[in-house]
Design a protein around this ligand. Structure first.
Ligand SMILES: [Zn+2]
Length: 284
């Protein structure tokens, strides 16, 4: 069971990965277009169970000295095995009112569920909540269409209702961004569409070091080794695969550290090109 926190520096910026918990998904939801024999071989090779993926939820705390930012808020009460973010922040010495910036990579429940407290109010009362304008419009508009998700209808409907339930109360604190932008000094959001229409990656740069948080542009290290393997939660699968390639090429070319919300805790590592895709080396 993934838990705890892990602190490291990106130049002069202090970063801490915080585990919000985890959830177990059917493997077919994570790898809908993988050849079943290739998939079971790849999972067996890694000593992973054949039918289910135990998927960590990992948020990122960023402390610049002037700003306290949180990237993604975990799932809140969405499942019994998530919702630890406030406890993790407390352990890191951070109170909810200390957080001045919350960056939401996208509005899926595992990323936005912790944005509200149990009373339905913003969990971080003094924060501006940054997400993409496209994402805001997509979920709050009247024509949200999730039929392209390759997951059961009940799961689609949960995703939709959770996004609407969470975004409404945040409306007075939302700062919707339209393009690549520096949110606080050294922290950038980068449009990374496909998983959702307004999905964002987050880049932290300081000194000669950089960390690229992929958000959900890849949800399992197997999506790096097999970049053509899609994710059933991607709304526009071909666009998501192209985005993933673009981000990984940039990370490789610019020698960045990489983070991904659902990768094995502590969810940070390096990527190196191999024959078909990229190899994941966990750790800082
Ligand atoms: Zn996710």
């Amino acid at each position: 069971m993934p838990e705890g926190s892990h602190q490291f520096q990106v130049g002069s910026i202090r970063c801490t990965v915080l585990s919000d918990g985890y959830y177990s998904y059917p493997a077919a939801w994570f790898f809908p277009n993988a050849d079943p024999r290739d998939l079971s071989g790849a999972l067996a090779c890694r000593r992973l169970p054949p039918d289910d993926v135990l998927s960590p939820y990992t948020c990122l705390l960023i402390e610049t000295g002037r700003h306290v930012a949180l990237v993604d808020t975990g799932a809140g009460d969405y499942s019994a095995t998530s919702g630890a973010i406030l406890v993790r922040l407390q352990t890191a010495g951070i109170r909810p009112c200390d957080v001045d910036t919350v960056i939401l990579t996208h509005a899926h429940p595992d990323h936005i569920g912790g944005a509200l407290d149990p009373f339905g109010r913003p969990a971080f009362p003094h924060a501006r909540y940054v997400l993409s304008e496209v994402e805001w419009e997509f979920w709050t508009g009247a024509r949200t269409d999730l039929r392209a998700l390759r997951i059961p209808e009940a799961a689609r409907s949960n995703i939709h209702s959770m996004a609407r339930r969470c975004l409404g109360p945040l409306r007075h604190q939302v700062d919707a961004v339209e393009r690549e932008a520096e949110i606080i000094p050294g922290v950038w959001v980068i449009p990374a569409p496909g998983h959702t229409p307004g999905h964002l990656a987050v880049l932290i740069e300081s000194g000669c070091e950089a960390l690229l948080n992929l958000g959900d542009a890849a949800v399992h290290p197997l999506h790096l080794e097999h970049p053509a393997w899609e994710n059933g939660f991607d709304l526009a699968a071909a666009c998501a695969v192209a985005t993933r390639r673009r981000l990984l090429e940039r990370a490789t070319a610019e020698n960045m550290h990489v983070m991904a919300f659902h990768f094995p805790f502590p969810s940070i590592g390096r990527v190196r090109p191999d024959n078909v895709g990229w190899e994941w080396s966990p750790g800082w």
